[in-house]
Design a protein around this ligand. Structure first.
Ligand code: BGC
Length: 337
């Protein structure tokens, strides 16, 4: 009898110790990023790590290399580590749906981060107003070059953002094509957003057009760098307006040097920090309705969305938008002399 009492006492103590350990455990949040090919994804990650640290959150990060099956495997690992919320920037917006469904089976909520996940009931989408981002680029380039021969590229076909940006570009470009003012030399998507692929597209277009090109719509800074390499090989860098997006350091440098006309700042610091704050609230079962400011169709639902604004950066406003805001330093952009 005494033995039993002692056994029970030990069991009670152990159970309550486990309870204590659980109560003191840090909240685990998973972050699955599609790539680090672009500088922006590194910045998103840093912003999230900083915010997670502030809130004593254990942020588990997995980075795929533009490969959805790799990303889905990484998400399985994150789920097995006991994450409560998954922040998922998919490589392939369609192919990531299975990972969302698995997370939901485990009771884990999912934030589609920057890129929408299609065909599933993802809990919330956090990004920028990407059609508007596309419009900013289309508006700028058509103002600068209202008539002429264009190379309007688009981003990776696996990325829903590429479609949204394109939709925005075409709000301004299509009416001028219809009027006959703009002629399209070549309109192609850039597979996996790869700069080398963009360079090839522009090389081919330059050949087709005998180098008579008046404007290049590059959908991000990486593809702009590829386009500018192709132009440089023909002695045309700085002579043909080229757009971009992401406010990467090398793009900012090209803007001040004059080989790239604009980039677009989508402030990844704000997006990353807000994602962590919302993930914490979701993990606690709190409503995030007050943060929702839009909805985006993903084929099966109007996904509740948090959409931030973006800004065009050119030579004239770069100091104010990128340097005064602390996104980049003056030394980085202009060099130390
Ligand atoms: C992002 C861009 C990025 C691109 C390539 C898009 O989904 O919105 O900021 O440049 O992916 O990674």
């Amino acid at each position: 009898m005494k033995k039993w009492i002692a056994f029970l006492a030990v069991a009670v103590v152990l159970t309550s110790l486990c309870g204590l350990a659980r109560a003191g455990e840090r909240l685990k949040i998973g972050l699955a990023l599609p790539t680090q090919q672009e500088e922006r994804w590194v910045r998103d990650m840093y912003a999230m790590q900083g915010e997670a640290e502030k809130h004593n959150v254990d942020l588990r990060v997995a980075i795929a290399r533009n490969d959805q099956s790799q990303q889905n495997n990484q998400i399985d690992q994150l789920l097995s580590q006991g994450i409560k919320v998954l922040i998922l920037a998919p490589h392939d917006g369609e192919g990531a749906a299975v990972a969302v469904n698995k997370a939901h089976e485990d009771g884990v909520k999912v934030i589609a981060y920057d890129r929408l996940i299609m065909g599933t009931d993802v809990d919330v989408y956090m990004s920028f107003d990407n059609v508007r981002v596309g419009e900013l680029m289309g508006e700028w380039i058509t103002k600068r070059v209202p008539k002429g021969d264009y190379i309007p590229m688009s981003g990776a076909p696996t990325d829903n953002n590429a479609k949204l940006f394109k939709q925005g570009h075409m709000v301004y470009i299509q009416p001028l094509i219809d009027k006959g003012d703009i002629k399209v030399i070549l309109d192609q998507p850039v597979i996996d957003w790869q700069p080398a692929n963009a360079q090839k597209i522009v090389e081919n277009a330059l050949t087709l057009a005998n180098n008579k090109v008046d404007a290049i719509l590059a959908p991000n800074d990486g593809t702009a760098s590829g386009a500018i390499s192709a132009l440089a090989a023909q002695g045309l860098a700085g002579k043909v307006p080229v757009t971009g997006m992401d406010a990467e350091l090398s793009a900012a440098q090209r803007v001040v040097q004059g080989t790239q006309s604009i980039t677009v700042l989508k402030d990844t610091r704000k997006l990353g920090e807000e994602a962590i704050r919302l993930a914490i609230r979701m993990a606690r079962g709190q409503s995030i309705d007050d943060a929702i400011n839009g909805s985006v169709d993903n084929g099966v639902q109007q996904t509740p969305s948090v959409l931030l604004d973006a800004e065009v950066v050119d030579k004239d406003n770069i100091d104010r938008i990128l340097i005064d805001s602390g996104y980049l330093t003056r030394e980085q952009v202009y060099g130390s002399n």
